[in-house]
Design a protein. Structure first.
Length: 436
């Protein structure tokens, strides 16, 4: 029968192929894309994995304090999401995000002085995804992207995967120098400037109001997209809030503002948002459709219910109070343990201290000695574009009690003394607010 013969032939061919494969070496699969091998992994994540053993006081990760999570409020919010409509909570959703969550984000932005409607907002799977979507929408391989130096490590990874040529903008202790920015834009013709103007990552700088206006003017006059990353704006311990870049004249039609619920609610929700001009937002929506269709429906509905029924600002105030105490404990421990005359700039907000070791010291080399003493940190080198300052390092204070912080700094001082056989009082510490 023809059908049987066809099946027999197919089986015979498969058997022969298997036999041939057994005696003939298989050809290697095609190579990875160049971008997959040219961008390094995050040493922050690797260090976190290495410092989880008991007894280590780890200042390495920018993690929110888990004991400050509003677990009861969030549990009730998830219960409500299912009670109101389990079918909706477990179903596919629109790419743009749940309307009630977009409206809540817009209302919070408006309350902070940036008029925003729900249609201006895209809900993302963490603000990191918002950055990836912007890169997909704007960057072609070879395009120039401007960044502060040092800057957020994952942003460097994101732009590297997009094939961008990353160029550092000259900065001083207050952040981007507008005149230098204008010169770079005229010379390099970049696509965008990526900036963390509030509690900059990782230096802790906050760009003054006058410079924010000047950056917006440069972008409008010379033609430049602005990507304003603001994961820490709610974690202010002193001083007055400053307007977003996106709120300045000249910047409204060219600024992508990234926000997150990770630091003020819980990072496990993986909820962020993007506010952008209509055309750019639409391009980001298309990019998100290709990436994951939409952010988790149940998480969005739970967050929306939480925002509608819980005073988030009161919760943030509690978090601020705890972090302020821990920041002060770290600052006090550094000044008492490392030096009576160390240069310590207290950050107005954020989650970290940015430290600089003496000349001829290398924070990466110091790390192994520190871990042997039961304390860990993140070397600063990976945060730089181009040649790094090897003496720099990050120290997080958010997940430790003041007593643990004091003990950890004491261990760090001992590690420094052993590492360089120097008086640890020579260390200079500069406070900073950074993200993991």
């Amino acid at each position: 029968m023809p059908a049987v013969a066809a099946v027999t032939a197919a089986v015979t061919a498969a058997v022969n192929a298997a036999v041939n494969a057994a005696v003939t070496p298989a050809a290697a699969p095609p190579a990875f894309a160049a971008r997959a091998t040219s961008v390094e992994g995050s040493p922050v994540r690797e260090i976190l994995a290495l410092t989880q053993r008991p007894g280590i006081i780890s200042f390495a990760g920018g993690l929110p304090a888990p004991e400050l999570f509003d677990t009861e409020g969030l549990r009730a919010a998830y219960d409500a999401a299912f009670a109101l409509s389990a079918r909706r909570a477990l179903q596919y959703s629109t790419t743009e995000g749940a309307p009630e969550l977009r409206a809540a984000v817009a209302a919070r932005a408006t309350a902070r002085g940036l008029p925003t409607g729900a249609d201006d907002v895209l809900v993302t799977t963490g603000s990191q995804q918002a950055l990836t979507l912007i890169a997909a929408a704007l960057i072609e391989p070879g395009d120039v992207v401007l960044v502060e130096n040092p800057t957020y490590l994952a942003a460097l990874q994101c732009f590297g995967l997009a094939g961008a040529r990353v160029v550092a903008v000259p900065c001083d202790d207050e952040g981007v120098l507008p005149d230098a920015l204008a010169e770079l834009v005229a010379r390099e013709r970049p696509k965008l400037l990526y900036t963390v103007p509030t509690f900059q990552n990782p230096t802790g700088r906050t760009l003054p109001a006058a410079r924010r206006a000047a950056v917006a003017e440069v972008a409008a006059r010379l033609g430049l997209w602005l990507v304003e990353d603001d994961p820490y704006g709610d974690l202010r311990y002193e001083g007055d809030d400053l307007p977003w870049l996106a709120a300045h004249p000249g910047a409204q039609d060219r600024t992508a503002l990234l926000g997150s619920f990770s630091k003020i609610m819980a990072p496990g929700l993986r909820l962020g948002w993007l506010r952008a001009p209509a055309a750019l937002l639409r391009a980001a929506v298309v990019a998100k459709q290709a990436a994951d269709l939409h952010t988790s429906t149940v998480d969005q509905l739970a967050a929306a219910h939480y925002l509608a029924t819980v005073d988030l600002d009161a919760h943030i105030a509690t978090v601020r109070g705890a972090y302020r105490e821990r920041r002060d404990a770290l600052q006090d421990a550094l000044s008492r343990t490392l030096s009576a005359d160390c240069d310590c700039n207290l950050p107005e907000g954020g989650m970290f201290v940015w430290a600089r070791l003496p000349e001829d010291h290398d924070a990466t080399a110091l790390l192994s000695t520190a871990v042997a003493h039961g304390v860990a940190f993140v070397p600063g080198a990976p945060f730089y574009t181009g040649a790094p300052d090897p003496r720099t390092l990050r120290l997080s204070f958010t997940t430790h009690t003041p007593r643990e912080i004091t003990e950890g700094v004491g261990r760090l001082g001992a590690a420094l003394a052993e590492y360089g056989d120097v008086d640890p009082r020579r260390v200079t510490a500069v406070s900073a607010g950074v993200r993991p």
